[in-house]
Every structure is written in C-alpha cells, then in structure tokens.
Design a protein around this ligand. Structure first.
Ligand code: CDP
Ligand code: CDP
Length: 206
C-alpha cells in the first residue's frame, strides 16, 4: 500500500505521514528533506542557484542516511529548498530514489508536493492536507521561535505566501491537488483530529 500525502508548507502533512507510517508499520520518507538538503548545500557552498548544472550536481548521489533533519528544518533552508525544487534538472536527479522508496515491497508513506501526481500516481491512498496561510504561518512561527530563530509572525507568513506561490506556479511538478486525492483542510482541527481524519480516509480507501 502506497500512501501519498501532499500539501503546502506547514500544513501538517509530515505529522500525518509519520502517524500513518507508525500505525500501519510502513517506512516513511519526508521528501521535502531531499530538496532542503540541496538548498542547504547550495547555501553552504555558495553555489549560484541559476547555475543549473551545479545545482543538479548537488542533488546527484544525495545520501538519504546522511541527512540531518534537525539542521535542515531551519527557516532559511525552506526558501532555498523551494528555489532548488523549481529546477527541473534537480527534480530529475531525485526522481528514481523517491520512486524506488514508494514502490518497495509492502508499501510506504511519502509526503511532499508531487507524491500523488508524479512520484506515485498509482498510490492507493492520496491525501492533500491544507490550511489557510495564516494558520500555517502561526504553526511554523511557533516551531521556528522555539528553535530560537529570530522571526516575526509577519516574516513567516510572508515566507509561506512566497513559497506557496513559487511551488504552485513552477512548470515542473507544481503543487496541485491530484484528481483522485481527498482533501483535509485542518485550519480548525488540532493534530489528533487531523490524524483521525487521515486514518478514516485510509481505512475507507485501502
Ligand atoms: O515542511 P515544509 O512544507 O515547510 O517544507 P518541505 O516539505 O520540507 O519542502 C521544502 C520545499 O521543497 C518546498 O517548498 C518545495 O518547493 C520543495 N518540495 C518539492 O518541490 N517537492 C516535494 N515532493 C517536497 C518538497
Ligand atoms: O510537514 P508540514 O510542513 O506540512 O507540517 P508539520 O511539520 O507536520 O506540522 C507543522 C506544525 O503544525 C507542527 O508543529 C504540528 O504539530 C502543527 N499542527 C499540525 O500538524 N496539525 C494541526 N491540525 C495543527 C497543528
């Protein structure tokens, strides 16, 4: 069983994906971390984001086991990831790894932007998780402030809007709702209710 969870920044897709993976004892891949790793490497090595070959080179041979989720969740890395993710040659380098993860025997849970549309259009379950930009920004602000980052609610909302716009308008694998996806708008839901809604969808679909 492949479970595809897509949605915009800070919608709670990762939280849902982790809980479903634990519930069904399936391996889980947060595909955002791949783009965050490329974005972080570009910042660190001062690679020009316009240099397509150099950016694709950073995505080549990315080692899943070597990724450090903690450092990759830093605020500025989200913006860098979104810029890297708009480059088709970067996406192409990360495609096989994600497709292989999705299609391993027994199934898997993946969350990102294009799981139900590009990585695993054959997924048995597709869920699109969303909430208003304001609700998502409030969640992300709490997370970043707790990490000690110097952010304001306004700067985080601005970042979320900018990323939504870039992720939805790019030509390569834009953020769109798959035709056969079920939508969970969790603007007014807490984590428990949001996870319960996802579990109900999986039970109905599988
Ligand atoms: O957690 P958050 O939603 O803020 O970000 P993320 O899922 O870690 O993704 C970071 C960026 O990677 C996004 O803004 C997208 O541009 C890109 N991404 C993508 O293009 N395709 C995916 N499957 C996952 C992430
Ligand atoms: O993976 P994504 O960026 O979409 O979001 P996340 O990391 O799963 O969740 C972002 C934050 O929203 C976390 O601190 C969650 O605890 C919180 N949250 C949620 O996931 N679901 C709700 N219904 C309400 C809050």
């Amino acid at each position: 069983m492949i479970i595809a969870i897509d949605g915009p920044a800070a919608s709670g897709k990762g939280t849902i994906a982790r809980r479903l993976a634990a519930h069904y004892r399936l391996p889980h891949l947060d595909t955002g971390l791949l783009y965050r790793a490329v974005g972080a490497a570009a910042l660190e090595k001062a690679v020009d984001f316009e240099d397509v070959a150099a950016m694709a080179g950073l995505a080549e041979g990315l080692d899943l086991a070597a990724l450090d989720p903690e450092s990759l969740r830093a605020g500025p890395v989200g913006e860098a990831a979104s810029r890297a993710a708009a480059i088709p040659q970067v996406r192409a380098k990360l495609l096989t790894l994600q497709q292989n993860f999705a299609h391993q025997p027994g199934g898997a849970v993946l969350d990102g932007r294009d799981i139900g549309t590009v990585i695993a259009p054959d997924a048995a379950v597709k869920i699109f998780v969303t909430a208003t930009p304001e609700a998502r920004a409030a969640r992300r602000f709490r997370e970043l402030a707790a990490r000690g980052e110097k952010v304001t609610p306004e700067s985080v909302l601005e970042d979320i809007r900018k990323r939504d716009q870039r992720d939805s308008s790019r030509t390569s694998a834009p953020l769109v709702v798959a035709a056969d996806a079920e939508i969970i708008d969790n603007t007014a839901l807490d984590v428990a209710a949001s996870v319960a809604a996802a579990l109900a969808i999986v039970e109905r679909r599988r």
